[in-house]
Ligand binder design. Structure first.
Ligand code: KG4
Length: 333
């Protein structure tokens, strides 16, 4: 089954063709990051307008690059929530028109379910049930993935997402947006014990997380140093900050895997590209003896293939939509 899949929830316009949920025939991505960099973050209206400009061309390119005819497309999948509402609306409306004109089913896909499904593309043997930590620019959640379409949230951030925290830390250090990769690069070789940051715990909710205190601590440290004219060890700051994020994520995930008795742990989302977090999960997997799945870097960030992958399993579960499908800024997993 060949699915034409659309992703436009934030600042990537992406169109892919995926076969049977597991094989990428093409994955076309246009990142708008450079357009937003000058503002230090995504400007919603610019994002929406840029999706409008690029989505038709990308769809055309995807069909050509997949080497298929329009008649071979069996269904259309689209990321319909959560995200920047104007941005999501562009993808949803285009996908509805595509499904209507092709005469094929329309499959709505939750963006975070898509991130989780990126792992099905990278690991053919991976099947639920498993535990998943989804860490992106807008979400940080620990999920019990009971089946391809039955998921339960065990814990989530109470405030900022981990990716947001990377982006704000980068901003205060004068690094470009999106800040995750520049912080990752700066942190290599830095002394991760030089600065000590607070690790938040939510009383009575061991799997919930909080990153706003960490974000504020970094901002205050930088501003105080600037006011006193003190030099900051930038590499050590980036390394110490990343250690704090990783120490919030990895031990919680390990504890949940132990409690639920899972031998498979999956990590997903843009922040899963972080080299320190990947290494810490690898160490934990070796120590605890669980099987670890993290997508290759190109499948960590937003892409259309992950929507096509999850779309396949949503279709098998009978989750299709009518032509009244809408877009949503927030949505339960
Ligand atoms: O999954 P994603 O592409 O978009 C959302 O669905 O939100 O995640 C984007 C986030 C950004 O905050 C970006 O800074 C972060 O992922 N990111 C990283 C790295 N690469 C991207 N964070 C830490 N380390 C990285 N290497």
């Amino acid at each position: 089954m060949k699915i034409l899949a659309f992703e436009s929830t934030c600042d990537e316009t992406a169109v892919a063709v995926v076969e049977d949920g597991r094989h990428i025939l093409t994955d076309q991505i246009f990142s708008q990051a450079q357009l937003h960099a000058v503002y230090g973050g995504v400007v919603p209206e610019i994002a929406s307008r840029c999706h409008v400009e690029s989505i038709s061309l990308l769809a055309q390119r995807a069909i050509e690059a997949a080497g298929i005819t329009r008649a071979e497309i069996d269904a259309v999948a689209v990321s319909y929530a959560p995200g920047l509402i104007g941005a999501v609306l562009v993808g949803v409306n285009f996908a509805k028109a595509a499904a209507l004109s092709l005469g094929v089913p329309l499959i709505p896909v939750h963006h975070i379910r898509g991130h989780i499904a990126a792992n099905y593309l990278a690991y053919p043997e991976l099947e639920p049930p498993f535990l998943c930590l989804a860490i992106s620019g807008g979400n940080t959640i620990l999920v019990d993935v009971r089946s391809y379409t039955d998921m339960k949230i065990l814990g989530a951030t109470r405030d900022d997402a981990a990716g947001e925290c990377f982006d704000k830390t980068a901003r205060v250090l004068g690094l470009p947006y999106p800040g995750g990769k520049p912080i990752d690069e700066l942190s290599r070789g830095g002394d991760d014990s030089k600065y000590v940051f607070p690790l938040a715990h939510v009383a009575g909710h061991p799997y919930d997380m909080s990153f706003s205190g960490l974000k504020t601590a970094v901002i205050n440290l930088v501003h105080n140093a600037e006011q006193k004219g003190e030099e900051i060890d930038r590499a050590a700051l980036a390394a110490s900050f990343t250690k704090a994020v990783s120490d919030s994520l990895v031990p919680r995930t390990v504890a949940a895997a132990r409690e639920l008795g899972y031998g498979k742990v999956v990590v997903a989302g843009g922040v899963a590209a972080n080299s320190r977090i990947r290494a810490d999960f690898q160490k934990a997997a070796e120590k605890e003896g669980f099987q670890l799945y993290i997508p290759p870097l190109k499948l960590c960030g937003d892409n259309g293939a992950m929507i096509g992958a999850q779309g396949y399993y949503e279709f098998l579960a009978g989750h299709t939509a009518g032509s009244d499908l809408n877009a949503y800024a927030t949505m339960e997993l």
